[in-house]
Design a protein around this ligand. Structure first.
Ligand code: G6P
Length: 608
């Protein structure tokens, strides 16, 4: 997965490409490069490392007005200068940026080598550049179309050629691409964040589409050259929403804005007087959903943890059997899915390749497919039969925070929406929704109170290399999420477990002073989790408890207590996850880690 940018217009291209790459850097950041067309040929600047390295090298004074750029997350070939995009063909006329994986690149490479082509890099992308070069006969669009007929795999492509200055060809299969439509200019990008400072008018490319883009116009066709007409759409996110708003890191900004993002997520969806939930995106399929025999929630990473909370919510309130599947496993294990199954893909980006593939698999097998997605217009959002947007605003920090709470909240809304049509009484729904509508202000209370305490815990234990996170019931997924947050940004080994499982193995890990975080808010299993805390303390472990305000007793079994406001058990993940986000954040800062761009990770994983 990588970020693509391209520009054709009347303004100097370099600053536009670099700005776009900086906004796309979250998609991958092991190398970056730019190709512009000047009077005499291609001018390529590329380097391993962050965009800042590229910025040092590139000529910002360049007057060229046409070019492409790329920020890479390596899949084939080491992340070095040579393998950085753009890649060119042997004639050095054609330059390509690519996001995705060319699966048959080896056989294509052999074919091209047999035709005398010498490869300079280890990448699958160079094969595309060389193949386009091989077919090029004076018409770039035709050559791209011809080359793509030979290619299997996924791609978002931006292609330029010195012989056709001012013509950029883009193609999409499996990797997102958007065209920003400006005044006498067009910007191609992997997502809207790279376009928004120039225009909010965009056209989303779909799989199997090719665009020929010039300064004043663009033309969309299918791979087989059938013309496609599409309306321009308006992107609603403002650039300001995407920027850091004065916080040191996007992650902290996104943690801190959860009261607001939660308000936006719930707005207009809760009717307290009727005890009803309004979800416009589900209206057309409500009957089918209520009749479903089974729900499968599928997702990756943090979204998978949110889906796990969803399973508990759906089974408790809708009383329809619900399973949670890693998208990457679901697709490859011949799952039993039929027209009585509703499959719900949960995804912040709406572009995660595994989740998308699972969804397509489910659709093909006859399931009703839904999306719980944040990014409007993303591929998952467009390929599902119905769905609910998170409306939590853009999330840039690689470690997901506000999207997690947004996903849990949407699943909580869905559970009530469907539950009311099954077994949930209006009174029970009213109580539940009352509690849900208080969450934004309780999130604010939580943030005001727990930040200092969370930082203290991080300071005290940030040099310990092993942590455990334990929870039961609704707090079990919270434990998983807390452990993931810590490991992904501070590189501390941490494991999340159902608290009762500790005694079946992990208890052997407990040594003097080992930090063990218990999510021990009030609820049905409270007494049991207190026993688990005793088990850890008696073996010398340091207990950090996330507890419900007013629970003073818990301090006897804990070395540290972080209090969160009281809410009903099913909604506790929305509050209990906040101190865990903050502990991870502060630990990463203390350890000098790059919080927003942790090593080896990317925000949106568009490869399988
Ligand atoms: C990547 C990100 C995670 C995210 C996961 C799923 O691994 O680093 O933060 O949870 O993808 O992403 P999605 O956009 O589908 O929610």
């Amino acid at each position: 997965m990588c970020g693509i940018i391209g520009y054709v217009g009347h303004r100097p291209v370099v600053p536009i490409l670099i700005e776009g790459l900086n906004r796309l850097e979250y998609r991958g950041y092991d190398s970056a490069g730019v190709a512009v067309v000047n009077g005499s040929g291609l001018e390529i600047t590329k380097a391993a490392g962050r965009i800042s390295v590229l910025e040092e090298m590139i000529d910002f004074e360049s007057k060229n007005t046409f070019g492409i750029g790329h920020t890479r997350w390596a899949t084939h070939g080491a992340p070095n200068d040579t393998n950085a995009h753009p890649h060119i063909d042997s004639s050095e006329k054609i330059a390509v940026v690519h996001n995705g994986i060319i699966e048959n690149y080896k056989s294509l490479r052999t074919f091209l080598e047999q035709h005398g082509v010498t490869f300079k890099t280890d990448t699958d992308t160079e094969v595309v550049a060389q193949l386009i070069g091989h077919f090029y006969d004076g018409d770039l669009e035709r050559a791209v179309r011809r080359a793509l007929r030979e290619v299997s795999g996924t791609y978002g492509l931006g292609v330029i050629c010195t012989e056709e200055p001012g013509v950029m060809v883009a193609a999409r299969k499996g990797s997102p691409l958007i065209i920003g439509v400006g005044q006498g200019e067009h910007i191609l990008a992997s997502d809207a964040s790279a376009i928004l400072s120039h225009t909010s008018q965009v056209v989303y490319l779909d799989d199997g589409e090719i665009a020929r883009i010039e300064a004043g116009n663009f033309r969309l066709t299918t791979l087989d050259n059938v013309p496609i007409s599409k309306e321009t759409e308006e992107v609603e996110w403002s650039l300001e929403e995407i920027e850091r708003a004065g916080y040191e890191h996007f992650m902290l900004k996104e943690i801190m804005e959860q009261p607001e993002s939660m308000r936006n997520c719930l707005r207009g969806r809760i009717d307290l007087t009727e005890g009803a939930v309004h979800l416009g995106g589900l209206v057309d399929c409500t009957r089918e959903l209520v009749r479903a025999k089974r729900f499968i929630l599928t997702a990756c990473g943090t979204a998978w943890h949110a889906a796990l909370v969803g399973e508990y919510l759906f089974e408790e309130f809708v009383r329809i059997p619900t399973e949670v599947e890693y998208a990457s496993e679901f697709r490859y294990r011949n799952p039993i899915v039929d027209d009585g199954t509703a499959v719900i893909a949960v995804s912040q980006s709406g572009e995660t390749a595994d989740t998308l593939a699972a969804l397509r698999e489910a659709k093909q097998r006859g399931a009703l497919v839904l999306g719980v997605v944040n990014t409007v217009g993303s591929t998952i959002a467009r390929e599902t039969d119905a769905g609910v947007y998170l409306h939590v605003g853009p999330e840039i920090g690689v470690a997901s925070t506000k999207a997690f709470t947004g996903q849990v909240a949407v699943l909580a809304l869905m559970a009530c929406y469907l539950g009311r049509r099954k077994h949930m009484s209006p009174a029970a729904a009213a109580d539940y929704l009352q509690a849900l509508s208080r969450i934004p202000e309780q999130m604010q209370e939580t943030l005001d109170k727990v930040n200092v305490e969370s930082e203290k815990v991080a300071e005290r234990y940030s040099q310990r290399n092993n942590w455990l996170y334990l929870g039961r019931g609704y707090n079990y997924p919270v434990a998983l999420e807390g452990a993931l947050k810590l490991k992904e940004i501070s590189y501390i080994h941490s494991e999340g477990l159902p608290a009762a499982e500790m005694k079946h193995g992990p208890i052997a890990l407990i040594t003097e002073g080992m930090p063990v975080v218990f999510i021990a808010t009030s609820g049905l299993q409270y007494e049991k989790i207190i026993s688990n805390m005793c088990e850890v303390q008696s073996r010398g472990g340091s207990v950090i408890a996330i507890a419900t305000e007013g629970d003073h007793e818990i301090a006897k079994q804990a070395d540290h207590v972080i209090y969160v406001p009281h809410t009903i058990e099913p909604l506790q993940p929305l509050l209990a996850s906040i101190p865990l986000q903050l502990i991870a954040y502060h630990a990463a800062v203390i350890r000098g880690c790059n919080v927003d761009k942790p090593r080896n990770l990317a925000k949106s994983v568009t490869v399988e």
